[in-house]
Write a protein that binds this ligand. Structure first.
Ligand SMILES: Cc1ncc(COP(=O)(O)O)c(C=O)c1O
Length: 394
């Protein structure tokens, strides 16, 4: 084998994304992809038209590195309205390439190599990699299935380790939890007592099912000064490919974050920032319709799971559901998901990739799909138990 220089040892501490790997396996077998969370329907027509217009008329060159002024102004106005905080577009935000870059920027802005970062488990798989890439050490606090609540004493013990930050995904992928205000108050009190940052990922802020309500932890008393709120337009406007995200936080932290962002990516796509000003101007009814659309999809998909005899934790927000695969008797959830794509024709994500603890009886489906796609997936899942029984009796 030809010799090549050694690669960074960082790479040994995380694998490539299991979620995106399941998408590739699904593509090989032509299954229905309920693994990687993105819609199979179009964004709003007004937004597509705005993108066509900027495609013709520009801008086509770099925007201001921390965000095009028109985009920042529209975003600050919208977020001030929903967060109940005065977000100043000149001081309190940076526009990034998705929440993915915002989270990495937040982590690099807040943490030194060797710092500890609390991560609730199960967690969106980027957080482990983000922490490792910036040289910090994750401290995992379990959200135990099936209700995915944290034990305040366990969280207190994690804070006693003097973490620099806590990562909060709310509404949560993959658990579907929408943290109650009282839970956020416990986190906020500990963050204040131990002088830690809270780094949020709130990409599902507008996908919440009644009676649950999203509370921005940055809006709790004393929290704006220690919260780096990350989110994006990906899920809210069904534009995951546009790569428009942002971080909101206090002025001094944002000065640092803008520097990190500048050297990571220079900036988010200029023509798409211009086009997305249209979305940021949508009336509040847009967000009500979005939540109602996903509530319909959630209930449609859950009824297929019920019909297939599967048990699950009902999501309070976001568009994922964790399903208990233990009745099928596999002890390797990745092998189970690979078998399911091949034999049943539906792709899910093996739950173990979201957990720090050895949990491998859960699989995650997402339901951000057209109703026809969900209906077709439901029909296939109805055959799951019988096909799995066939394997066991062979
Ligand atoms: C919790 C969470 N954060 C971030 C992302 C990626 O967001 P973005 O497209 O804004 O980078 C996803 C995508 O599935 C997600 O589920």
């Amino acid at each position: 084998m030809p010799v090549m220089p050694r690669l960074s040892s960082r790479l040994q501490h995380f694998t490539d994304s299991v979620i995106r790997r399941m998408t590739r396996i699904n593509d090989l077998h032509g299954g229905i992809n309920l693994s990687q969370g993105f819609p199979d329907f179009d964004p709003p027509a007004a937004l597509r038209e705005a993108a066509a217009r900027t495609g013709r008329e520009g801008p086509h060159q770099y925007a201001v590195t921390w965000g095009a002024p028109r985009f920042r102004a529209a975003l600050a106005a919208k977020q001030s309205r929903f967060m109940g905080l005065p977000v100043d577009p000149e001081l309190h935000l940076v526009v990034t390439c998705g929440s993915t870059e915002a989270m990495m920027t937040a982590m690099m802005t807040a943490c030194e190599p060797g710092d500890k970062v609390i991560i609730f488990s199960p967690f969106y798989e980027n957080y482990g990699a983000d922490t490792i890439l910036c040289g910090a050490d994750p401290v995992y606090v379990p959200l135990r299935p099936p209700d995915f609540r944290f034990d305040p004493d366990e969280l207190r013990r994690a804070f006693a380790l003097k973490p620099k930050a806590l990562v909060l995904c709310n509404p949560s992928n993959p658990s579907g939890r929408v943290f109650a205000r009282e839970e956020l108050e416990i986190i906020a009190a500990l963050a204040q007592e131990h002088d830690a940052w809270v780094i949020t990922d709130e990409v599902y802020e507008h996908i919440v099912y009644p009676p649950f309500r999203h509370t921005y932890i940055a809006s709790l008393p004393g929290m704006f000064e220690r919260t780096l709120s990350c989110s994006s337009l990906s899920k809210t406007y069904s534009i995951t490919g546009w790569r428009l995200g942002y971080m909101i936080g206090p002025e001094r932290a944002l000065e640092g974050a803008r520097k990190v962002h500048d050297f990571l990516t220079v900036g988010a796509p200029a023509p798409l920032q211009e086009a997305a000003v249209t979305a940021l101007g949508f009336p509040d009814t847009y967000y009500d319709h979005l939540a109602a659309l996903y509530l319909g999809k959630r209930d449609l998909f859950l009824s297929s799971l019920d019909a297939a005899g599967l048990t699950y934790t009902t999501p309070e927000g976001a568009y994922y559901v964790l399903v208990d695969a233990s009745p099928f008797g596999w002890d390797d959830d990745l092998a189970f998901c690979e078998w399911m794509v091949r034999e049943v024709g539906v792709a899910a994500v093996p739950g173990s990739c979201f957990f720090h603890e050895p949990v491998n009886h859960l699989i995650r489906f997402h339901f951000a799909k057209r109703d026809e796609t969900l209906g077709a997936a439901g029909k296939r899942l109805a055959t799951l138990a019988e096909k799995a029984a066939g394997i066991r009796t062979r």
